[in-house]
Design a protein around this ligand. Structure first.
Ligand SMILES: Cc1cc2nc3c(=O)[nH]c(=O)nc-3n(C[C@H](O)[C@H](O)[C@H](O)COP(=O)(O)OP(=O)(O)OC[C@H]3O[C@@H](n4cnc5c(N)ncnc54)[C@H](O)[C@@H]3O)c2cc1C
Ligand code: FES
Length: 274
């Protein structure tokens, strides 16, 4: 697949950042806005930052978070509160300072001449695709989005996608918005009805695997974003390996975005939490 954007590695740095805002989006989900001029000016869609949330023993390991959107010198992180780190993150107040390493990883690839993309998100999988959706729409490409979540309230970033996409179809597990069921029912229908150049997908690994299979049947290239535990974030510790047809890859430097047909799904070990 050829790539329309600059593939030169942006320079990763340790950047001191300050909290501009940190607001609740819905139960257990927050939006953290950080002033991070270096990352904001260099990050590409699908890349992530490794955030040192606080000082102390529990925070020695940085936590990886996708850059959801960029606005001027600030970056937005859409996060789910799960454990010690993200609980602490939810308490950060405007003016607090911390640091991050970034931008990290290989992001989404935009094929040359892309005319119509299908974006498929499950839960917090909407986070790493926001910036991509905005850039595709700005470039004149048509964007169709299929979003899934347990409930209507958990369709996070729905407004962003509705602003930039031609179509946003939603599915919820409880039927409180859109189709009652899984987002994979939407992606299957859309792939049957329209011609797409590429599918971009992020969400629970089981869901990404199904979307990858649907795209393969439809003959459409598919990229997925895989989540792994990441201790170092820079390719040194091998805590983040993904089995692929060309051997073990490190999600932090070779990914987190992979071509779906490269992934050996049967060997996937750690299903993500969203
Ligand atoms: C490339 C990448 C991008 C990510 N982007 C986002 C995002 O945009 N929004 C979001 O909410 N989450 C994202 N995550 C997941 C996020 O990193 C974890 O939810 C977070 O590190 C949990 O930290 P904690 O201290 O709250 O949880 P802990 O108390 O440490 O653990 C809670 C759960 O989180 C898992 N976990 C802990 N550390 C990591 C880690 N370093 N990497 C992956 N899982 C971990 C554990 O297995 C456990 O199940 C991303 C992960 C990766 C690898
Ligand atoms: S997190 Fe250390 S090699 Fe990927």
């Amino acid at each position: 697949m050829s790539c329309a954007h600059d593939t030169a590695e942006p320079r990763r740095v340790l950047e001191g950042v300050s909290v501009l805002s940190n607001e609740r989006v819905t139960e257990g989900v927050g939006l953290l806005v950080l002033r991070a001029p270096h990352v904001a000016s260099t990050v590409r869609p699908g890349q992530f930052v490794h955030l040192r949330i606080a000082r102390g023993r529990d925070f020695v390991l940085r936590r990886p978070f996708s850059v959801h959107r960029v606005r001027g010198e600030s970056i937005e992180i859409l996060y789910q509160v799960l454990g010690t780190g993200t609980r602490e993150m939810s308490l950060l107040e405007p003016g607090a300072v911390c640091d991050l390493v970034g931008p990290l990883g290989a992001g989404w690839i935009v094929p040359e001449g892309l005319a119509h993309a299908l974006i498929v998100t499950g839960g917090l999988g909407a986070a790493p695709l926001g910036m991509l959706a905005e850039q595709l729409a700005a470039s004149g490409a048509a964007v169709t989005v299929a979003m899934g979540a347990p409930t209507a309230e958990r369709l996070v970033a729905r407004g962003l996608y509705e602003d930039v996409a031609r179509v946003v179809d939603v599915a919820t597990d409880d039927g409180s918005a859109g189709v009652h069921g899984f987002v994979t029912a939407l992606s299957e229908r859309l792939l049957g009805e329209h011609q797409f150049d590429v599918v971009y997908c992020c969400g629970p690994e089981a869901m990404q695997r199904i979307v990858a299979a649907q795209a393969a049947v439809a003959g459409v290239a598919c990229q997925v974003s895989l989540e792994r535990l990441m201790a170092c974030g820079i390719g040194a510790c091998l805590s983040c390996v993904v089995s692929t047809h060309s051997g073990l890859k490190r999600a932090c430097v070779d990914g987190p975005v992979f071509n779906a047909e490269e992934v050996l799904w049967d060997s996937s070990e750690i299903p993500p939490k969203h």
